[in-house]
Design a protein around this ligand. Structure first.
Ligand code: ATP
Length: 308
């Protein structure tokens, strides 16, 4: 028998029809994703959508109840040492041992990763402005996030997994984290799986966006394609309307009377022709934000309190 060998063209992460229940509740329902090498893959959803549960399967911390998970072509539950040595992971809680000093954390983590790059680690420490003698428990939340990112990046992982890396952090730290992600990708053509409820952040860094809600994938496409195929049209109707017309491609309507705004999916020319066919004049046409597309697709906004 010939053993299967993964090739450069194979996806780094391949999840097929993954379902996971906690009691009666489906935290993941028939979820499939495929992440090729070199992609920044943004996973977006509100709290409780299933993002962390999906990430835990990728890390081999949960075993697939139904469906399959492959990372670097391997099963992360059956082959954890091999898979985890090639992953850098930053958790939502930035859970690092509080009693360690920054330099101890670096030395300790280095022991687990043969590919640890001490020069790069030191560069990141300086860049993230971390005092090597500071105890982790005395660091601010933002400094802890930077320390977590440092130890996740310094072994130059093939796959970087970031679970809500900037939740609760100030915008400057967010920018540090985002820049580090972009740099990691740009410098070495590595792969990032990035979960967030901050849609503007995902929009800045992702190549591909997957929207998840209540354990189900609602929409998944390349960011360029999402931008090219969604439009926000504001229409003027000669006669005031109680409700908007039925137009192919419209995901949501907002408005009243003469003026209605639609978030649509489809080619711009076709959408405009459809609007004209029901006697509407296009007052404004623009590319909607990822936030507007999320609301149109999922039906709810991510609560404002969770945004910052
Ligand atoms: P958050 O950002 O709030 O963590 P999330 O999108 O990462 O949100 P998950 O943590 O994956 O969501 O949770 C998905 C659902 O599964 C939620 O309803 C959550 O309450 C439930 N859940 C997750 N882990 C467990 C567990 N160990 N036991 C019971 N229910 C769980």
């Amino acid at each position: 028998m010939i053993a299967s060998v993964s090739t450069v063209a194979d996806p780094i992460v391949e999840v097929k029809a993954l379902t996971r229940h906690f009691g009666a509740k489906a935290a993941l329902d028939n979820v499939s994703i495929s992440i090729p090498r070199g992609m920044v893959f943004g996973l977006v959803g509100a709290n409780g959508a299933g993002k962390t549960t999906l990430i835990k399967h990728v890390l081999g911390l949960l075993k697939a109840e139904m469906g399959s998970v492959r990372v670097f072509g391997r099963d992360p539950v059956a082959d954890p040492a091999d898979v985890l040595a090639r992953i850098g992971y930053v958790s939502e809680e930035h859970d690092l041992p509080g009693w360690m000093r920054v330099w101890e954390l670096m030395r300790y983590t280095q022991a687990f990763f043969p590919k640890w790059d001490a020069t790069y680690a030191e560069e990141l420490r300086v860049r993230f402005d971390l005092d090597p003698a500071a105890k982790i428990k005395h660091l601010s939340r933002g400094q802890r996030a930077r320390a977590g990112l440092l130890v996740a990046l310094a072994h130059r992982p093939e796959l970087l997994v970031l679970d809500e890396p900037s939740a609760g952090l100030d915008p400057i730290v967010r920018r540090d984290i985002l820049e580090a992600i972009i740099r990691a990708i740009a410098d070495e053509g590595r792969t990032v799986l990035f979960s967030s409820h901050l849609l503007h952040e995902v929009e800045r860094v992702s190549d591909h966006v997957t929207m998840i809600n209540l354990g189900k994938i609602v929409f998944s496409a390349a960011l360029d394609e999402i931008k090219a195929t969604h439009r926000c049209l504001t229409l003027h109707f000669a006669e005031a309307r109680v409700r908007p017309p039925q137009l192919a491609g419209v995901l949501t309507w907002e408005g009243a009377g003469h003026e209605w705004t639609a978030v649509c999916h489809g080619q711009a020319a076709e959408l405009q022709a459809a609007a004209a066919s029901c006697g509407a004049q296009v007052l404004d046409k623009r590319v909607p934000s990822l936030d507007e597309i999320f609301v149109a697709r999922v039906g709810t906004r991510i609560p404002a309190a969770a945004e910052d």
